[in-house]
Design a protein around this ligand. Structure first.
Ligand code: DI6
Ligand code: FE
Length: 439
């Protein structure tokens, strides 16, 4: 690749990673081989440091970890002298290391399931028709309200376990099936509890504006007032979420209602994101850009104007191929235009009982390529670097780089594209979370 193709940031990142740039004192201290705790030898790296192609790959590499951070990586021949008696040395046997995968959009805490609606859809009813007839999200709200926290934990744990076993080290979990103070809190507390049960980083998002609960059937503005004035302040006070999401859609909330939620979120210092342009183009993404949202998610119906707004606000487009597939949608997200305007693309499962009951990040990698025609390099960036960006975690997760969290997946593959190409045989060989081997 020509050097002119690589941004200054990329070059700095590489030089920094390989020890040519001065580092902060803290990193310097732990970077000395005397302080290393674990050293992987004989590995290949998919660093996902932004190089536009080739996965930021480094072959015949080594990687050192200390205090939960990556402290050295590069060609094994360039390793500085170290004392093998003072640290754990692991032979990777030629395996590939990627950043731990990040699922940046899930609704994996919920009660019940919607297999009955799946049957209805197979008989010809659409997702929208089912929602308008009182099914859809609202039926999961009923089941979620009826479930105790312990029951929700029990039903959610296998979903998170499935993601974890496929290499996920960070997951975003949204509320949005409680739709009142007690039950939104219950969902977010369960999401927090999941992070204690499994070695996974859980990032929580308040999605109070997901659907209209039955008791506010004729008063959407009244419900938005409840979300902004009653529920959100408690969520903030109890630190149950740091991001707010809104379902801006004709079966969700309109632009004015969405804007009210964004204004309230900004007032509380919360980050924002949106479910927008999934089934129609309401302009939710442009509105989100106006409020410097982290991401707009789904975006099948996004216009070029919306894409330009995303680009100007440095937002990430989160693509959800599982929902596209499961709802048998035909409108593809505007991939070419997103590329043209340099909008970063993330990929996520959207695990939820209605539109994507699919707990597999590996299947999403495959679908991102087969259904949306992403390159394997783009798909992998979508579940690592760009997923981190969609969660506001760009400086600590999603890349193998010095100073980043040592969240690392070790794969039994012979080239990175295999992670997108084959599905059904799990190639995960080991998983490291915060420097600790957890699988
Ligand atoms: N978009 C989605 O894909 C999920 N929520 C949303 O706003 C679907 C939620 C569901 O059908 O239960
Ligand atoms: Fe969703």
């Amino acid at each position: 690749m020509l050097i002119s193709n690589i941004s200054a940031k990329v070059i700095a990142n590489w030089l920094f990673s390989f020890g040519y740039l001065p580092m902060t004192n803290t990193i310097c201290a732990s970077n000395s081989p005397q302080r290393w705790q674990t050293l992987w030898l004989n590995v290949n790296l998919v660093t996902m440091i932004e190089t536009e192609d080739d996965y930021g790959a480094v072959k015949e590499a080594a990687l050192a970890i200390s205090d939960g951070k990556i402290v050295w990586l590069g060609k094994e021949v360039d390793l500085p002298t170290y004392n093998k008696d003072t640290l754990e040395v692991l032979d990777g046997q030629g395996r590939w290391l990627t950043p731990g995968l990040i699922d940046c959009h899930t609704h994996l805490v919920y009660g019940g399931n919607r297999a009955n609606e799946f049957e209805m859809r197979l008989q010809g009813k659409s997702y929208q028709e089912i929602a308008e007839a009182g099914g859809g999200i609202v039926s999961t709200v009923k089941a979620t309200r009826e479930a105790t926290a312990a029951e929700l934990l029990k039903s959610s744990l296998p979903r998170l376990t499935a993601l974890h076993q496929q290499g996920v080290t960070t997951v975003e979990i949204k509320s949005g099936y409680g739709l009142d103070l007690t039950n939104e809190i219950k969902m977010l507390e369960v999401a927090g509890e999941l992070a204690k049960q499994l070695p996974v980083t859980v990032k929580r998002t308040f999605l109070g504006a997901h659907a209209l609960p039955i008791e506010y059937k004729d008063d959407p503005d009244g419900y938005i007032a409840l979300v902004c004035d009653e529920i959100m302040p408690v969520i903030v006070k109890q630190k149950l979420a740091d991001t707010v999401d809104v379902f801006c859609e004709n079966i969700g909330f309109d632009i004015k209602q969405t804007e009210r939620v964004f204004i309230a979120a900004k007032k509380h210092g919360l980050a924002i994101k949106a479910h927008a342009e999934q089934l129609s183009d309401l302009g939710g993404t442009e509105l989100a850009a106006k409020y410097q949202a982290l991401s707009s998610d789904h975006v099948e119906f996004l216009s070029e104007q919306g894409i330009k707004a995303m680009s100007a606000a440095n937002m990430t487009a989160v693509l959800l191929p599982g929902a596209f597939y499961f709802l048998r949608e035909t409108q593809h997200p505007p991939i070419e235009l997103l590329r043209k305007h340099g909008v970063d693309m993330a990929i996520a499962t959207d695990v939820n009982p209605g539109s994507s009951p699919i707990c597999s990040i590996q299947l999403m990698l495959n679908m991102a390529c087969t259904l949306f025609r992403l390159t394997p390099n783009e798909a992998l960036a979508g579940v690592t670097r760009n997923a981190a960006k969609a969660l506001g975690l760009s400086s600590s997760k999603g890349q193998l780089a010095v100073g980043f969290d040592a969240d690392i997946a070790v794969w039994n593959i012979s080239q990175p594209a295999e992670l997108c190409y084959q599905f059904g045989v799990n190639p995960l060989s080991a998983l490291i979370q915060d420097g600790r081997q957890v699988i």
